[in-house]
Design a protein around this ligand. Structure first.
Ligand code: ATP
Ligand code: MG
Length: 460
């Protein structure tokens, strides 16, 4: 298992000073619960050696060193953690001096990456409340918590204590600290009890926390799905009304969160949570009209999501690009001049243009990146080629890198009644012999030819 972390796309660790006073009960602020022996514990052998190396290095230098977040939460839930975040009272510059290779990253959220070959362990410094003036040590304009419109946190470099750090995390189950010094768990927010009860609860006042960072609404849906937890009523209630705040989130950050929602093996459950909280149509605004008009839309979407989960759970590849094609298909198929089921099937260029028009017309929602858009256009437009009565150059078509996702979309569309069974059978024979992406990559490399860089999002 690699503990390589994707750089966080601006995920803030923090919250406003004000929120320390709002909604967090005094008992949460003051009573730290250290789990006594006999209670759930995490053993250092459950942590990867690189994480232990970092914790030990910090501890020996006299710093507090803990693991926090998903790593602790998932171990307690008997899940396999994706990664481990280390948190300390050492400042990033101090961390840099302690290890051989350290990269300091982020302006808005300064962090240290302790490098081990190509892998790294992310080390954050405890975030502070931001209420007091910046302290003398290392304080400058960059140390402040900066907020933008609607109280959104734009920068968070105010360092503080572990107790303050707790208040800036999102959910109680994500605010459990495994202390290297004694191997015990520090719980200031009732996270352990919530883990036991399978309850997802924001720390602090929900509306304020969503205003600070609207992506927390998507995180709520994701963790409810992934951990099979019920979102606390107080945290769930404001979401439908506040979902609009997502409209001003940077597309790259939304896309990253959506990738986690759908490519972590819980796509079906995540979709249901998004739907339940009224977040789905904020991401894919065009889905509603299509789902209302197409009685088989739900089955179509469900099958795509279920297959994604199955593939990932079997260790196969799944791409967000393909799922985006699935989500966009409805809008494309309803575009003027396309209208499946009546008249002549649309041509390649018509579908491509319809897709571009859908993306252009989106006033909000999740827009694909340019690269993803190019691949999606090809997969969607290729539906015309795959549906043609006399497909020419069938071998060439089935050998191209985006054939597989296009073929998979064709199969799904059979469920919508848009494609003949015979057509699917025709391409199934060719799909069976078509080289997979990785196979064709290897072949090209072996042949010593200048291999074209494989499409990152394609294939599958
Ligand atoms: P996973 O890695 O399984 O997706 P995670 O809880 O580790 O889940 P990360 O995005 O890796 O999630 O973040 C690590 C920790 O940082 C979280 O557990 C949480 O404590 C804190 N965190 C991340 N994003 C936010 C946010 N938007 N607001 C507040 N705290 C956050
Ligand atoms: Mg994590």
């Amino acid at each position: 298992m690699r503990y390589y972390r994707q750089p966080k796309t601006g995920a803030p660790q923090g919250r406003a000073a004000k929120s320390l006073k709002l909604g967090v009960s005094p008992s949460i602020e003051t009573t730290a619960l250290k789990i006594p022996s006999g209670e759930p514990r995490i053993h250092s052998r459950q942590l990867p050696s690189n994480v232990i190396t970092v914790l030990r290095g910090l501890h020996r230098a006299g710093h507090r060193a803990c693991v926090v977040g998903g790593g602790v939460r998932d171990l307690l839930l008997n899940l396999r953690p994706k990664d481990f975040d280390v948190v300390t009272d050492a400042r990033p510059e101090e961390v840099k001096k302690l290890f051989r290779r350290v990269l300091l990253i982020g302006r808005r959220f300064r962090l240290a990456h302790v490098m081990f070959g190509r892998e790294y362990i992310e080390v954050a410094t405890f975030r502070g409340s931001g209420a007091e003036p910046a302290d003398a040590e290392g304080a400058d304009a960059g140390d402040a918590v900066v907020k933008g419109a609607h109280g959104r946190i734009l920068r968070d470099n105010r360092f503080g204590s572990l107790e303050e750090d707790v208040m800036r995390r999102d959910f109680t189950v994500n605010a459990l600290y495994w202390d290297y010094a004694d191997g015990r768990i520090i719980d200031h927010s009732g996270g352990l009890d919530d883990i036991r009860r399978r309850r997802l609860r924001l720390i602090g006042e929900p509306q304020l926390r969503y205003k600070e960072d609207p992506v927390r609404m998507l995180r709520a849906a994701r963790f409810a799905a992934k951990l099979d937890c019920a979102l606390d009523k107080r945290c769930a209630a404001p979401i439908p009304k506040m979902a609009r705040l997502l409209r001003s989130e940077p597309p790259a950050r939304l896309l990253e969160e959506v990738r986690k929602l759908f490519l972590s093996g819980h796509a079906v459950a995540s979709f249901a949570q998004l739907q339940q909280f009224g977040l789905l149509y904020e991401l894919f605004p065009f889905l509603k009209a299509w789902a209302d008009a197409q009685p088989r839309a739900e089955a179509f979407l469900h099958e795509a999501l279920e297959t994604t989960d199955r593939r990932l759970n079997e260790g196969s590849h799944a791409s967000l690009m393909f799922l985006m094609c699935v989500f966009f298909w409805g809008a494309v198929s309803m575009s003027p001049g396309i209208a499946y089921g009546s008249g002549k099937p649309p041509r390649h260029g018509q579908i491509a243009e319809a897709f571009r028009a859908v993306v252009r017309g989106m006033e909000f929602g999740l827009k694909p990146t340019r690269k993803m858009q190019a691949d999606m256009e090809e997969v969607l437009a290729r539906q015309a080629t795959l549906q043609s009565d006399q497909p020419r150059r069938a071998r060439q078509v089935s050998g191209s890198p985006l054939f597989r996702p296009a073929y998979r979309l064709l199969c799904l569309r059979e469920r919508l009644g848009e494609v003949d069974e015979e057509r699917v059978r025709y391409w199934r024979k060719r799909a069976g012999t078509a080289p997979s992406r990785s196979w064709s990559k290897r072949r090209k490399a072996n042949a010593g030819r200048a291999a074209k860089r494989p499409r990152k999002e394609g294939g599958g």
